[in-house]
Design a protein around this ligand. Structure first.
Ligand code: ADP
Ligand code: MG
Ligand code: MG
Ligand code: MG
Ligand code: MG
Ligand code: MG
Length: 698
């Protein structure tokens, strides 16, 4: 979660008084970093992943699975382990071979029931590094477990199925309704107690003028009463002024209603950060990975349950977005603008709204003409020498107020730090993040890819991480072009939420990724760009933007149109009518090669030894089959698990018993994965559909 400064955190509206000062100082710090690092060259191609865990209290003999709130104690135990903290690692013990790589690093997260772990050092460019990722992820899980109580377990479900349900769902138990969150469903103790986190939640609520509203459409099953009214909402509370929210319509029919940051920021995800060789490459990666965001969100879908109910959506994104939406009624357009500065169309947690590259293939038509920016900030950045496109990006981020301000930091501006810049930057939770080099560290320009949902096993998490690394290398190596209008990326992000979007929805995607850069001084594209895939086409001059992209299924995007045609009737639940997919008169121009074939083409073009290539192909296979429907997303598997549970009453309710058995199944999958024994005969429904029967060795 970025920086954890100590000090006196200002309450809202006290903090609001200093917002402009923080923005101005933040921009000065940004310019300082930018001036120093804009010409930085030849940084190594490094990358790193982040895995987030829920810590659950589970034993076979207990009736319920609970969330453990012992994050602080667990982190302390980890910090006291000298083997883990000694720089450089290199320790040996009975189970683990001597390691040259430093041991993983553990971090706090928003939820007091969460942990985050990253590798001990970023991964390098060597292909062999890609094979270290899964063992390292498994090691992280093992080390985390080693520092927990026997009945505590780190699991990688995106959300805890019974978070916020009536009764007991945490260990220890705390009664609900505290002064910070004022939630009717979760206690204040649900958040990391470090002053930053409760202040973040309280100031978001306070700035907004009411509690956050996280409303998810409920899944309508055979016996779900309809219209459905969330039975856990209490309309008769009078502890806080915010208790009026539900009486004022905060909890509409047919939606699961939640009212606190923990329901969103308490979700786990898989993030990947890349270091670029220079700022130009970083800006290119940012843009080219942007359109992949919604695709990877739908493909990693893992979030079908909220607050004890099955949802009609499969992913976490919009819920996190609502859970930190600090916009005021004026900013939301509910009241005329009087005290606030802008109408703002999106939450500060949302898909990104700008492209930033200097690539001449970035056509002005791809940008959002309605982008909201702080003109003064942009002017200051331009004055400081920054180009308009990058200045516009930061001027967009800086329309927001800083939420948590420490009094001590306001005393003097320290230009050797980036704390004020990071204050705004790190609370703009967009699906991509462009990370300038941190002050005083020899790190390059980085780009973070943030939309993916965490997967149940480390095999899957490694597969998605590796896939993203390989597609990024293919992008750079073949100079691929995935540009579509940024507002279409937004639209895709919403599409990705639909139940089973991975198989049943279509996404705007660019048809020709080989659109070469126009040569200097000419508007039309020229020159050849022939990767060894044999899939290249002649350079295309700029035509109407609408002709550059079309709606595609994820199978088409990941596997290519040809493969998709051959598999679609086999695995999809065919809500996409075949006629729609394959309209006989399809122009050859509408063929898309597919991201996996592009990666394969890239791997063919470089030197990868046979063993490494074989290992990588087990990961690519998982991605391929998830996209075709041959394997299921976690969301689909969880739905299936609930649906087949003998105690499920087909009324959308995920009871304590079902939730407990679901977590038990997740733990069983983990044990079997760890032991490498495959999944045949494992008494867990539908595991082969999730992971394949057995992962054969190479
Ligand atoms: P945040 O929570 O702010 O996104 P973290 O420190 O938790 O950041 O994780 C960042 C990830 O980036 C980690 O996997 C880390 O290994 C990786 N990383 C660190 N330094 C670099 C670097 N120079 N280049 C690329 N990745 C890096
Ligand atoms: Mg995190
Ligand atoms: Mg992190
Ligand atoms: Mg973080
Ligand atoms: Mg998080
Ligand atoms: Mg991160």
């Amino acid at each position: 979660m970025g920086l954890l400064a100590q000090g006196t955190a200002l309450d809202w509206p006290e903090a609001k008084k200093y917002a402009q000062k923080v923005r101005e100082w933040g921009i000065m710090q940004l310019l300082e970093v930018w001036k120093k690092a804009k010409t930085k060259e030849r940084d190594a191609m490094l990358w790193g992943d982040e895995i987030e865990y829920l810590v659950v209290v589970y034993s076979k003999d207990e009736p319920k699975v609970l969330l453990s709130l012992r994050q602080a104690e667990i982190l302390k135990a980890l910090a006291n382990n000298e083997e883990l903290t000694s720089a450089g690692g290199g320790a040996c013990d009975a189970q683990r071979a001597c390691r040259k790589d430093p041991l993983p690093v553990f971090h706090p997260e928003f939820g007091r029931f969460m942990l985050e772990a990253t590798p001990g050092r970023p991964w390098g460019i060597d292909f062999k590094e890609l094979l270290k990722v899964e063992p390292d992820m498994k090691l992280r899980r093992r080390i985390a477990k080693d520092h927990m109580l026997p009945n505590e377990h780190p699991i990688t479900l995106t959300t805890f199925p019974r978070l916020g349900c009536p009764g007991v769902f945490t260990d220890p138990y705390y009664p609900v309704s505290g002064p910070k969150l004022r939630s009717q469903f979760v206690p204040d103790e649900i958040a990391n107690p470090h002053i930053r986190f409760p202040t973040l939640a309280a100031n978001i609520r306070s700035r907004r003028g009411r509690k956050v509203q996280v409303n998810v459409p409920v899944f309508r099953d055979l016996k779900t009463p309809w219209p459905w009214r969330d039975p856990t909402v209490n309309y008769d509370l009078h502890n806080w002024p915010e208790d009026d929210d539900v009486r004022n319509g905060a909890a509409p029919d047919n939606f699961i209603h939640m009212d606190a940051m923990a329901f969103g920021m308490g979700s786990c995800c898989l993030q990947i950060t890349f270091q670029a060789k220079n700022i130009t490459e970083g800006r290119q990666m940012y843009d080219q990975l942007s359109p992949l965001g919604p695709i990877m969100l739908a493909l990693t879908a893992a979030t079908p349950i909220y607050k004890g109910f099955l949802a009609e959506t499969d992913v976490r994104w919009n819920q996190i977005s609502s859970s930190v939406d600090d916009r005021t009624p004026e900013e939301l357009g509910e009241k005329p603008l009087k005290n606030d500065r802008f109408r703002i169309p999106k939450s500060r947690y949302a898909s990104n709204s700008t492209y930033i590259s200097t690539d001449p293939r970035l056509r002005p038509e791809y940008l959002d003409p309605n982008l909201v920016i702080d003109e003064d900030i942009r002017a200051k950045l331009l004055e400081g020498g920054m180009d308009d496109r990058l200045a516009t990006h930061f001027a967009h981020l800086f329309i927001r107020d800083p939420i948590v301000i420490f009094k001590e930091d306001l005393e003097e501006l320290d230009l050797s730090k980036t704390d004020h810049f990071e204050n705004i930057q790190s609370t703009n939770w967009q699906h991509m993040r462009f990370k300038p080099p941190p002050a005083g560290e020899n790190i390059g320009w980085r780009v973070e890819f943030r939309p993916m949902e965490i997967q149940i096993t480390d095999f899957e998490n490694a597969a998605f991480a590796v896939f993203l690394v390989l597609i990024t290398r293919a992008i750079l190596s073949f100079d691929l072009n995935f540009y579509i209008p940024i507002v279409k990326v937004d639209e895709n992000m919403q599409t990705a939420h639909a139940r089973n979007a991975v198989l049943e929805r279509k996404f705007h995607f660019r048809k020709n990724p080989f659109h070469v850069r126009p040569s200097r001084g000419s508007a039309a594209a020229s020159g050849a760009n022939s990767p060894t895939t044999g899939l290249s086409r002649p350079p295309t001059p700029f035509g109407p933007v609408e002709d550059e992209y079309r709606l595609m299924t994820i199978n088409e995007i990941i596997n290519g149109t040809a493969y998709a045609r051959s598999t679609m009737s086999t695995y999809t639940e065919a809500s996409v009518a075949p006629g729609e997919m394959d309209d006989g008169d399809r122009l050859c121009d509408d063929e898309f090669p597919g991201l996996i074939p592009l990666v394969e083409g890239y791997l063919d073009s470089v030197n990868v030894d046979v063993v490494t290539r074989c290992e990588l192909s087990t990961y690519l296979d998982l991605i391929r089959k998830r996209a075709s429907g041959e394997l299921w997303t976690a969301a689909r598997w969880i739905r299936h698990f609930v649906d087949r549970h003998p105690l499920y009453e087909h009324d959308s309710v995920v009871t304590d018993q079902v939730a407990k058995d679901l977590v038990g199944a997740v733990l069983a999958i983990g044990d079997r994965e760890e032991s490498g024994r495959g999944f045949k005969g494992l008494a867990v429904p539908a595991v082969p559909q999730l992971l394949g029967e057995f992962r054969g060795g190479c």
